[in-house]
Design a protein around this ligand. Structure first.
Ligand code: SF4
Length: 363
């Protein structure tokens, strides 16, 4: 199951059904019972070695805070109103650009096991907002699918969320093994979403993730099973000759999956917190992605110059909408100025969220 080499279990999580399932499936690993996952937390930022070790370490713990949270978004930028189910933090895949490397100070993948509380929170939110479309997902702090054969989370989520027609689940991933979930279709309230990059970038920067062809083949399987799809060209990464390779990905996308199955496509250019630069250089010495020119943006992140961002986003939009004029394209965490450059208008966060809600409900 990926490269997981160490398993820690909080004493209070030992009897949860998902804990028993994981122990069974990782029976070859020694288990250490700990009083709390806090004993693993580092006093300061994680070292590059800690981060690498964290990709091989799994902690099963009880969620002490809420599972259901509004996506934090990013200050000064336009967000999409996504709701996060925080069932796990950190990820077994290892993308060089992953912001999570500088985000957590606990060197492990944590899976929260008190799912009875998760289902209760979902029910509370669903009944508290009966007339509002709620777009939810587990993919903000990790990959929604990569550990699914270990956890069995998506099967339960899809089944339980089906109770409420105004809840739409987006399963965001760079993984490809969807076969165990296909019998749950058709269900247009479930949107399988892949993040895409050209194959060369994927090989160089998205370690452990499925190849582009495998992601697209999985997307086709999901569409045939009656699920809807989404795609995220995020992060778009600049390199000399990026146009031809990204244009090729767009062409492959539309020759593999039916445009009518696509709920939305988002675009976002590469950005990172300053602390990530040295981590990327230390952990991925062959990577060149932080060697371009960047400016410090309003949210404190390093971003490409505005003119380059505008060019990349506008061209991607044009290539996508030439192939599929009706597909809804939006920008993820980009500035009002860029919205105007790329689309000729600036939505408020509420307007963008409403548009996505309408797309989510349009089944
Ligand atoms: S798949 Fe997403 S969460 Fe996982 S390492 Fe890559 S960028 Fe990070």
């Amino acid at each position: 199951m990926f490269r997981i080499k160490r398993l820690y279990i909080e004493a209070s999580a030992q009897d949860d059904p998902v804990t028993r399932r994981v122990r069974q499936r990782l029976a070859h690993l020694p288990v250490e019972i700990i009083p709390s996952r806090e004993v693993l937390r580092s006093a300061g930022p994680l070292t590059p070695a800690d981060i690498s070790r964290g990709k091989e370490t799994l902690v099963l713990a009880r969620q002490q805070g809420p599972f259901w949270r509004a996506c934090p978004g990013t200050k000064e930028y336009i967000c999409c109103g996504y709701q996060i189910l925080q069932v796990m933090t950190n990820c077994p895949l290892d993308c060089s650009y992953c912001i999570l490397q500088s985000y957590f100070n606990l060197p492990a993948i944590t899976v929260f096991t008190n799912w009875e509380d998760l289902w209760q929170e979902v029910a509370q939110q669903a009944t508290a907002h009966p007339r509002q479309v709620l777009r939810v997902g587990t993919g903000e702090f990790g990959d929604s699918l990569a550990l699914d054969e270990l956890l069995g989370l998506n099967r339960e989520l899809i089944t339980r969320l089906a109770t409420w027609p105004h809840l739409v689940l987006e399963i965001k991933t760079k993984w490809h093994r969807v076969t165990p979930l296909l019998d749950l279709g058709p269900n247009p309230r479930v949107i399988f979403a892949w993040s895409l990059n050209p194959p060369r970038l994927s090989r160089q920067e998205e370690h452990g993730a499925a190849a582009l062809a495998a992601r697209l083949a999985a997307a086709r399987q999901c569409a045939r099973a009656g699920f809807r799809l989404a795609f995220h060209f995020d992060p778009l990464i600049y390199f000399p000759g990026w146009e031809a390779e990204y244009q090729q990905v767009v062409a492959e996308l539309f020759s593999t999956v039916p445009a009518a199955a696509i709920a939305w496509i988002s675009l976002g250019t590469f950005r990172y917190l300053p602390a990530l630069k040295n981590i990327i250089r230390a952990r991925f010495p062959a990577s060149r992605i932080v060697e371009e020119e960047f400016i410090t943006a309003l949210d404190g992140k390093q971003r490409y110059f505005k003119t380059l961002r505008a060019e990349m986003l506008s061209k991607m939009r044009e290539w996508i909408q030439t192939q599929a004029p009706a597909v809804f394209v939006y920008l993820c965490m980009e500035s009002p100025w860029l919205w105007r450059q790329v689309f000729g208008f600036v939505p408020s966060t509420e307007e963008l969220a409403k548009k996505l809600d309408e797309r989510a409900a349009a089944v």
